[in-house]
Design a protein around this ligand. Structure first.
Ligand code: SAM
Length: 284
């Protein structure tokens, strides 16, 4: 008997992958957590039945989340990751020698433990000596920490449940407060096809606190519509004008998706996406 794992998005779109076996299934205080071995995309993490990433395509998401801000900032030393309990974003951040400390605040320890056991190619970073993993609410952390960061990555689930406050103005005010004077905030910014209202709302919520505000795009095998966005909010730097492509070439970093040309082209928006964000984000 064939078995398929399916995600239904907004009760109108479905995405499904053929299942080899279920590796982990558990319910935490925050969500249902499953790790499924699929026939075509390797292992997939699901939170509350929503595909987080697959082994086949996670490199795109995590490279694009980490390397764009780190190659835009002249010398990022302290990085905060909110969410990201699988460790993929941390793995990419820690490839940069300039980074001295990464604080990761993940609310659900079940995600961390399940990924440590079944997704070692991502969770390998969780044991890195520069990483300080805290199990807790990123909303509270941003509101109370005395630490300062050069880059903040909000690698969260969709704006529901515990992740919902990670999309509102109070949270962004706090991220701006704990960012250094030239800091950069990257936010998981949903689908330009199915969540254009969320993209507009979350970027409008960031507008008051940041000098430069952009959206950049990347392809995905595991999210509905196949195209996804990250918000880029900066107190000082333009991701294009202040980007020195030579740094990528001399960094010795070898990525499977990210490169200096992709860095720049990711910010070029199709007309329908640019029109949706007119008056909210900045021209390049
Ligand atoms: N790449 C995935 C995506 O784009 O949907 C998300 C990666 S990661 C699995 C998302 C993580 O955010 C989850 O592990 C979830 O527990 C965590 N999370 C949700 N709300 C949070 C909060 N308020 N504070 C910290 N972590 C949170």
């Amino acid at each position: 008997m064939e078995l398929w794992v399916k995600e239904i998005h907004q009760d109108k779109t479905g995405l499904s992958f053929k299942v080899k076996q279920t590796l982990f299934s558990g319910k935490s205080a925050f969500q249902q957590v499953d790790i499924i071995e699929t026939i075509g995309l390797g292992r997939i993490l699901l939170n509350d039945g929503v595909f987080m990433f697959s082994q086949a395509d996670e490199f795109i998401y995590h490279e694009m989340m980490a390397h764009i801000p780190i190659f835009t900032h002249p010398c990022p030393k302290n990085v905060l990751i909110i969410g990201g309990g699988d460790g993929g974003a941390a793995r990419e951040v820690l490839k940069h020698q300039s980074v001295e400390r990464v604080v990761m605040v993940e609310i659900d320890e079940m995600v961390v433990n399940a990924c440590r056991e079944y997704l070692p190619t991502l969770s390998c970073a969780l044991n890195h000596p520069k990483l300080d993993l805290k199990i807790g609410d990123g909303v509270d952390y941003a509101a109370t920490t005395k630490e300062r960061f050069d880059v903040i990555l909000v690698d969260s689930t969709d704006p529901v449940g515990s992740a919902e406050p990670l999309f509102n103005a109070d949270f962004y005010r706090n991220t701006a407060r704990i960012l250094s004077d030239d800091g950069i905030l990257i936010t998981q910014a949903e689908s330009p096809f199915y969540d254009s209202d969320v993209q507009r709302m979350m970027l409008a919520n960031q507008r008051a606190f940041f000098k430069k505000l952009h959206l950049y795009l990347f392809p995905t095998l595991t999210y509905p519509g196949g195209l996804w966005g990250f918000g880029f909010a900066s107190k000082k730097y333009s991701p294009i004008r202040d980007f020195n492509s030579e740094r990528v070439k001399t960094s010795g970093l070898s990525c499977q998706y990210y490169n200096a040309d992709i860095h720049c082209s990711a910010f070029v928006l199709p007309t329908f996406i640019a029109d949706n964000l007119k008056g909210i984000i900045d021209p390049l």
